[in-house]
Design a protein around this ligand. Structure first.
Ligand code: NAD
Length: 510
């Protein structure tokens, strides 16, 4: 690869894409925050950042906008999200390409991420006519009891680099139809796609016509700007996606001021391959789950428990897949595995591999792949056969490492499966109904996502997304996740001519 000309063309293409998506050149040049593409390691922008004072002013504007936006009927708010979905459809190719440049995703995954945004917009439009509460039987004659759902206020969104646009849309589409306003602090590793989303949102606002300004805004900066969002008294809810380390800092700060939180943190996801498994299907699901997105999904498959009866059939095929998988530039090749986000990710991966080796791990892959770009970090995904469930496999390393352990007893596999801090996604490969039902039962997988004959990654937007334990317990996206973005009021209306008290209490004054 001719590195210099590739770098030049990535930079030039980025500028052209940003202009096409509607991002002003002044927003991406002349500032102090450098932005890099993992594809070549090259700097592609110098962004002006927001100060803490700017962030405070932006949050105040969002709080003002909320006063008007909450009064707009929910189905009309849904119309704004319908227009956002239309704008995203029109910009899908360009935004998907920008995701590939900024996060290093292969083209189908970059486009898939934008499709996820479109899907959640469709979902939220329908939801805008379904923000319903219950009517509940009362013990008092001539009374009616019901629930009403109201918007919360300003919703802060903090997002990770690996889903640079979808996570914003999951939160924003729901938060906006629910009547809230949004302030978004994207990852400092992926600010350009965030500015592109803002430009797309602004086009939807313009077409909508009479929405208050500032109902969705972006904060550019590092974690210190995220901290402003976390600590500001006018931010009612913070939805924070990122590492468990980040959640440990953010969670207590929000709790201290009684703010609401949705925490979407790290995963250490596992799969179990049982004796009856369809191994062809399992192999494909494992390959995508473990190597897809270069192992940089929160739902990436990181631990695999394979029954002794099928171990020697599956492992050679899996090794072959690891040895032959194509690694390369997502912009110039049809490789299935793109780059790691940066040098720190590469070093973290190498450290985990060395630690695993020291306790008996047998490694296939894991080496750096030279693409000619010194500051880009491409690796062969690593498959590590482990003697025990121990060492680095108990923690999430955000890179493509799959640890494999042989098992003989189902209960032992289940015990190891649940014996980690994180609790995001899980899967079992079996054609045995007792095993699959047990996996989904109360004493089965302890994760927020439990799948049968499907890998751990690639969730649809229709279900509630999130995980337990050190993954944070938050839920976003589909099902009834919208309730987290609203407050519930219980209303009791007396239409009788008496005032009976509940529980038969009497309090008769003269
Ligand atoms: P990260 O924790 O380094 O950063 C995430 C975001 O949090 C960034 O925007 C960062 O600026 C901000 N941040 C960090 N510390 C903060 C603080 N003290 N106060 C306020 N904001 C702070 O994570 P990353 O490296 O960008 O992403 C990878 C991690 O995210 C992995 O652990 C992955 O599993 C997790 N993740 C989880 C989900 C999920 O839905 N559960 C989805 C995507 C990624």
């Amino acid at each position: 690869m001719d590195t210099q000309s590739t770098e030049k063309s990535v930079s030039t293409e980025t500028r052209a894409l940003l202009a096409k998506l509607g991002v002003a050149d002044t927003a991406v040049s002349g500032g102090t925050m450098a932005s890099f593409t993992p594809v070549t390691g090259e700097k592609i922008a110098d962004l002006p950042v927001h100060s803490a004072a700017d962030a405070g002013a932006i949050i105040e504007r969002a709080a003002n906008a909320f006063r008007d936006w909450r009064l707009v009927p929910a189905p009309k708010r849904g119309e704004l999200i319908r227009l956002l979905g239309e704008e995203l459809r029109a910009s899908k190719a360009d935004l998907g390409r920008l995701v590939s440049i900024e996060a290093g995703k292969i083209p189908s995954e970059g486009l898939g991420e934008v499709q996820e945004m479109i899907d959640i917009c469709d979902f939220a439009v329908g939801l805008s006519r379904q923000l319903y509460g219950l009517t509940i039987a009362t013990e008092r004659p001539g009374h009616r009891m019901m629930e009403t759902w109201h918007p919360l206020g300003v919703v802060g969104v903090i997002s990770a680099f690996n889903f640079p646009v979808a996570v914003w849309s999951w939160n924003t589409a729901l938060a906006i139809v629910a009547g809230n306003t949004v302030v978004w602090k994207p990852s400092e590793k992926t600010p350009l796609t965030a500015l592109a989303c803002q430009a797309i949102f602004d086009r939807a606002i313009k077409r909508f016509g009479d929405a208050p300004a500032d109902i969705s805004q972006v904060l550019v900066g590092d974690r210190s700007i995220g901290e402003v969002l976390v600590d500001h008294p006018k931010v009612a809810l913070v939805s924070a996606t990122g590492s468990t380390r980040m959640g440990r800092e953010v969670g207590p700060r929000l709790a201290k001021r009684f703010a609401r939180s949705i925490l979407e943190l790290g995963g250490n996801n596992a799969g179990i391959v049982c004796p009856s498994a369809d191994l062809d299907m399992a192999l494909r699901a494992i390959a995508f789950g473990a190597m897809g997105t270069a192992g940089q999904r929160c739902t990436t498959l990181r631990r695999l428990f394979v029954h002794a009866d099928v171990y020697d059939k599956l492992l050679p095929r899996l090794k072959k897949a690891y040895e032959s998988v194509s690694v390369g530039s997502p912009l110039e090749t049809s490789a299935l595995v793109g780059p790691l986000i940066d040098k720190a990710a590469f070093e973290g991966m190498q450290k985990a591999i060395e630690t695993a080796k020291a306790i008996g791990g047998q490694v296939t892959g894991g080496d750096r792949v030279d693409t000619g770009a010194a500051e880009a970090y491409y690796v062969k995904p690593a498959l590590i056969e482990m003697p025990d469930h121990a060492g680095p496999m108990l923690e999430e390393t955000f890179a493509p490492i799959l640890y494999v352990v042989k098992y003989t007893e189902f209960d032992e596999a289940l015990r190891m499966h649940n014996d980690v801090g994180a609790g995001l996604s899980s899967s079992i490969f079996t054609l045995n109904m007792q095993e699959s039902e047990r996996f989904l039962a109360v004493d089965g997988s302890d994760c927020g996502i439990a799948n049968v004959n499907i890998g751990t990654s690639g969730a649809e937007i229709g279900g509630a997304f999130g995980g337990e334990k050190e993954t944070g317990g938050g839920r976003e996206s589909g099902s009834d996740a919208w309730k987290a973005y609203m407050r519930r009021a219980t209303n009791t209306v007396n239409y009788s001519k008496a005032l009976p008290l509940a529980q038969g209490v009497s309090f008769d004054i003269e």
